[in-house]
Ligand binder design. Structure first.
Ligand code: PEP
Length: 254
């Protein structure tokens, strides 16, 4: 039985006071989150403070990106072991904003995935197609290529301790959400890609949906058989909005 995971990607938002209030609000609402793991991914400068704040709670901590290198002359970068040391358990790799705005290639994403696992972090690998790719009926081949790049470096068995987030680029931050059926089709495809090589790993893999998920649309998405939670951007910045999605997960687990 796969657990649900609801992960908040705060992106480049927040400040010390706002973060403290947000985390306090989430923790206060977590008492009833049985069966659902809940994760926040703040910007780097706030990770240590949030780590301290969540230390006596079940709220998990992750980062939004990571270097593929372990140490050295990489100005501005953050090593996986640094994240691990300050209390991160997860790290997002291959978010479409990293791919589109910072030119991260699938090969670089694969190196980050492996580096994260080497340091004991659970990578959340983001995959997904652009609008043009969907309209060109290339959704499945795009996703297959993004997954294959990681499998080529780390192997399918590495997904025993990883998470995949299906995030159609056209749905991120746009208010346009994939229908439950569109998302389910993509998640089923992703699971099938891995099942072809290791059925157990595929069956146990958490696959999250990301793209304008909110309290209103979460129940429909989370009721789908291959959707195991959400990666949430905008709606992760207010505790009530985020908890509405967590609660939809709790209901879906029941
Ligand atoms: C994201 O950036 O991963 C995301 C899903 O954003 P939003 O929920 O705002 O669409």
């Amino acid at each position: 039985m796969r657990r649900f995971l609801v992960a908040g990607n705060w992106k480049m938002n927040g400040d010390s006071a706002a973060n403290a209030a947000l985390v306090a609000g989430i923790i206060a609402g977590l008492e009833a989150s049985d069966g659902v793991d809940v994760l926040v991914c703040p910007p780097y400068p706030y990770l240590a403070a949030v780590a301290a704040q969540v230390s006596d709670s079940s709220l998990l901590l992750g980062a939004q990106s990571v270097s593929e290198h372990t140490a050295g002359a990489f100005t501005g970068e953050v090593a996986p072991a640094m994240l691990q040391e300050i209390g991160c358990r997860y790290v997002i790799v291959g978010h479409s904003e990293r791919r589109a705005l910072y030119g991260e290639t699938s090969e670089q994403v694969a190196a980050k995935f492996q580096a994260a696992q080497d340091a004991g972090l659970t990578p959340i690998l983001c995959v997904g197609e652009s609008l043009e790719e969907r309209e060109a009926m290339a959704t499945e081949s795009v996703i297959a290529g993004q997954v294959a790049a990681v499998v080529a470096v780390s192997g399918v068995d590495a997904f025993a301790s990883a998470v995949i987030a299906y995030e159609p680029v056209w749905a991120i931050g746009t208010g346009e959400v994939a229908t439950p059926e569109q998302a389910q089709d993509a998640h089923f495809h992703i699971r099938g890609l891995l099942a072809a090589e290791n059925a157990d790993v595929a069956a146990n893999l958490q696959i999250l949906y990301g793209g304008s998920m909110k309290g209103e649309n979460a129940p429909g998405l989370l009721s789908m058989p291959d959707i195991d939670g959400g990666l949430i951007g905008g709606a992760s910045l207010k505790s009530a909005d985020f908890l509405a999605i967590v609660n939809a997960g709790v209901e879906a687990v029941r």
